[in-house]
Structures are given as structure tokens and as C-alpha cells.
Design a protein around this ligand. Structure first.
Ligand code: GLC
Length: 439
């Protein structure tokens, strides 16, 4: 793309972000997602730093309004008006939830340290030091919570208790875990007798986006029931875990956490602050533990069930995210780059599909079961670069920008024909487009 086209694209992206700005924080998309989401705001801030550094800082600081006193950062901070969601989550049932703001009771991929770091890179050293010092206590509390609460046996991999926590909501490994262990009998009956149509009355997303582009009614119902189970225990993992049927050491989440820990160490160093020794130990343990998710037979990393300790052998976009973690050996890096280039796997015309083209789950327009997403492309580009695969990173960047230029700032894209899908004017697509243009 030439300079003029890129300038035009950046202008469109800036307009999307301005339109979704709610004064101090940004919603992912006006109608479909009217609240603040955790990893969305991190991606948004990474793009906003090229537009307005103060506004980018405000985006991240506004996330701390929702931080629980045990350190947890919730995946959603609700803005007023939408009572239905607030009443669904009822964060006030937990003694740790903040009093003055309603939130969800679960987290999302820990992108905050990366976003804080990237924003700091736009500053001169004294200012950067101040910014890192300001954000460090919240980051330390959050990372401590992840290990204390979600790595109960101190094995180095954190577990997730709800698929929304992994950010890739209906990704196949979670769906297969759900089907195997945790689909309540009444939902099975609804499915068997094809009665799930009534759920459309209660679904908000399918009023804004064609149902074929969202998760199925049975999946939505199952996720709602998993949420109720968490709510019954007031989001207390210690109380939940002995009875949990549904706990996953998620590959994407752990890769992002490992990378975030490296960023946290860099942030602390620049701020002249030492991290608590037990946190450093936990972070180092994670780096080594990722190897436990490698499967020699398939030559891939997978998520693992915390309960059965078995790998969940489903390839997805997470397969490529160990590249972003930055801690895998060169032969495995080469293997993942090979999968990225394989026609039957991830090399679609408009990459990178969220499940491989040859997967039985592949559906080009269904949410996290096929479409290409700009945030995962951004993570892969970043990963390729850190391992010196500059040419591959440049190709993926170019294709990503062309896809957005062709189809608009949508939530996701059909990997076969590049058609847009999901919500229009989607914030992280806009923000990461800006960041890619500036890279
Ligand atoms: C969807 C995505 C999730 C994102 C949210 C808001 O639920 O799966 O990752 O954070 O939308 O954009």
C-alpha cells in the first residue's frame, strides 16, 4: 500500500476510535459492546499512543477503576444503563469487588504490561520512569493474583475458569471441554429436541450481528450456565476448584502471560523497583512450564485440562501464539512458522484464520471458529519479529492492512474472501491498524 492509502486508512481508524470514546475509556463497538473490556482497552491504548499519548495513558488508568482488592482485573467494567449485564454478573457478591463500579467476576488475557510498556516507549526516560512507577503497583497485584489464585499447585501454568477469560470465546478446545464435561442435562435436552431457538429472545448479540457469525445458541446457553456456577461461589476459585469440571490451562492466555511477565520485569527495572521474590520465581516457573503443553506427536502446543491433565488436541490460532511468548526453542519456532505458511492450515488468502482451514470446526464467518482477527495477527507479527522472521512479519502486516482497507474496521473477517463480519467500527481493529502503520 502506498503512503496516501495508508494515511487514508489511518484517518478512518482515528475516526472509529473517536466515535467509540466515552470520555476516558473506549468501548469496543457502540451497539454490540457498550462497556469497557480489559484486553480491548490494552490494544486500544497501544494504537492511541500514536494519536494522543495522554489519552492512551488514561485508557489504561481507567482499567484500574475496576481492579478488585485481591488484584484481579475484570474482563468487563460496566458503564451505566445496561442493567441486564450488571445483574447477570452481580460483582457485589464478592467481598473483593470495588464498591463504586460494577464489573464482571472473571479476567481476560493479561495484555496490560505490554500496553504499559509500549506506551512508555513513546516517552523520554524521566517521563517513562514516572509512568512505569505509577502503573507498577497495580501490575504487581494483578500478576500476583494470577499466580496465587490460578496456579494453586505452583506448576507455572495458570488456569481459567470460564471460556470468556481466554478472549477467544468459542474457540474449539473450550467447546470440546464443555461438551465432554460440563453441558448440563437440561441443555442437552434442549439441543436434542432442537428447542434452542427461544434463546434468541434473550440474546443481544444476534440482534446486531447475523446469528451465523456468532456462537451457537447451545454454546451461549452453556456459557451462561458456567457463569452461574461461578456466581454461586461468588467468583472464589478456591471454593470452585474442588468441584470444577471446567478448568483449562489455556495456551493463548499462558503465552500472553509469559510475555507480560517479561514486560513487567523490564518495567520494574526502568522504574528502579525490585519485584517481590515469590513473583519472580512464579514468572520464571511459567517460562519453563510452557514446554509441558508441547505435543511431540502433533508437533504443536495445545491447551491442557487442569482436571485430567490431558492436552486438548485441537489446533487453533493459539497454536501460533508461543511465537509471541518469546520463550520457545528455535526448532519449534521454525515448526510454527511452517504451519503458518501451510495452505491447509493457516495460509489463507486473508490470514490468519482463527482455526486452521483443515479443522472440522472451520467456519469462515463464525466468530472464533474460522475468521481472521486483527489482534491475533498483531500478536503473531510481533512474535515473528522477535524471532527474526522479518519477511514473514512484513507479509502478514501488509495483508492485514489490505484486508482492513478492503473491508473496513470490522471485528473479524472471512479468511477466504476477506469479507467483513461481526461488529462494524470495532475499536481494536482500528487501534492496531494505526499501530501496524506506524511499525
Ligand atoms: C468478544 C471477544 C472478546 C472481546 C469482546 C469485546 O467477546 O471474544 O475477546 O474482548 O468481544 O470486544
Amino acid at each position: 500500500m502506498d503512503k496516501e492509502q495508508l494515511a487514508e486508512l489511518e484517518q478512518q481508524a482515528r475516526e472509529v476510535l473517536a466515535g467509540n470514546d466515552r470520555g476516558g475509556f473506549t468501548v469496543p463497538a457502540a451497539n454490540l459492546y457498550p462497556h469497557q473490556w480489559l484486553w480491548d482497552s490494552c490494544f486500544i491504548a497501544i494504537g492511541l499512543r500514536h494519536v494522543d499519548l495522554e489519552r492512551a495513558k488514561a485508557e489504561l488508568k481507567s482499567l484500574l477503576r475496576g481492579q478488585w482488592s485481591n488484584g484481579m482485573l475484570p474482563n468487563i467494567i460496566f458503564s451505566g444503563g445496561e442493567r441486564r449485564h450488571i445483574d447477570l454478573w452481580r460483582s457485589w457478591i464478592s467481598p473483593y469487588a470495588p464498591d463504586d463500579v460494577a464489573t464482571s467476576g472473571i479476567t481476560q488475557p493479561p495484555m496490560l504490561a505490554e500496553a504499559v510498556y509500549q506506551i512508555g516507549q513513546k516517552m523520554k526516560l524521566p517521563e517513562r520512569r514516572g509512568w512505569y512507577k505509577e502503573m507498577l503497583p497495580a501490575l504487581i497485584d494483578y500478576h500476583r493474583w494470577l499466580y496465587n489464585d490460578r496456579d494453586p499447585h505452583q506448576q507455572g501454568l495458570v488456569l481459567l475458569l470460564h471460556p470468556y477469560e481466554c478472549g477467544l470465546d468459542n474457540t474449539p478446545p473450550w467447546i470440546s471441554e464443555l461438551r465432554k464435561h460440563s453441558l448440563p442435562g437440561w441443555i442437552r435436552l434442549i439441543e436434542k429436541f432442537r428447542l434452542s431457538g427461544f434463546i434468541n429472545l434473550f440474546r443481544r448479540d444476534t440482534k446486531h450481528v447475523p446469528p451465523g457469525q456468532r456462537m451457537s445458541n447451545v454454546e451461549a446457553l452453556a456459557y451462561w450456565s458456567a457463569l452461574r456456577r461461578l456466581r454461586r461461589k461468588a467468583y472464589n476459585s478456591e471454593a470452585l476448584l474442588p468441584r470444577a469440571l471446567f478448568a483449562v490451562e489455556d495456551l493463548a492466555f499462558n503465552c500472553i502471560l509469559i510475555r507480560a511477565s517479561k514486560r513487567l520485569k523490564q518495567i520494574a527495572k526502568t522504574a528502579g523497583h525490585s519485584l517481590p521474590p515469590e513473583l519472580t520465581e512464579a514468572m520464571n516457573r511459567s517460562e519453563n512450564a510452557l514446554a509441558q503443553l508441547w505435543d511431540d506427536v502433533h508437533g504443536e502446543y495445545f491447551s491442557r485440562s487442569f482436571v485430567s491433565h490431558k492436552l486438548i488436541e485441537e489446533s487453533t490460532i493459539a497454536t501460533l501464539l508461543p511465537l509471541y511468548s518469546g520463550v520457545i526453542p528455535p526448532d519449534r519456532v521454525a515448526r510454527l512458522v511452517d504451519l503458518l505458511k501451510r495452505q491447509r492450515m493457516f495460509s489463507s488468502r486473508w490470514p490468519v484464520p482463527s482455526v486452521p482451514l483443515n479443522s472440522p470446526h472451520f467456519d469462515p464467518e463464525k466468530y472464533w471458529q474460522g475468521p481472521s482477527w486483527v489482534n491475533t495477527n498483531w500478536l503473531i507479527i510481533n512474535g515473528l519479529k522477535q524471532y527474526g522472521y522479518e519477511a514473514e512479519a512484513a507479509i502478514l502486516k501488509e495483508r492485514t492492512l489490505k484486508m482492513v482497507a478492503k473491508s473496513g474496521m470490522y471485528e473479524y473477517f472471512n479468511p477466504l474472501n476477506g469479507h467483513p463480519a461481526g461488529a462494524a467500527s470495532f475499536s481494536w481493529t482500528a487501534a492496531l491498524t494505526i499501530d501496524l502503520i506506524h511499525q
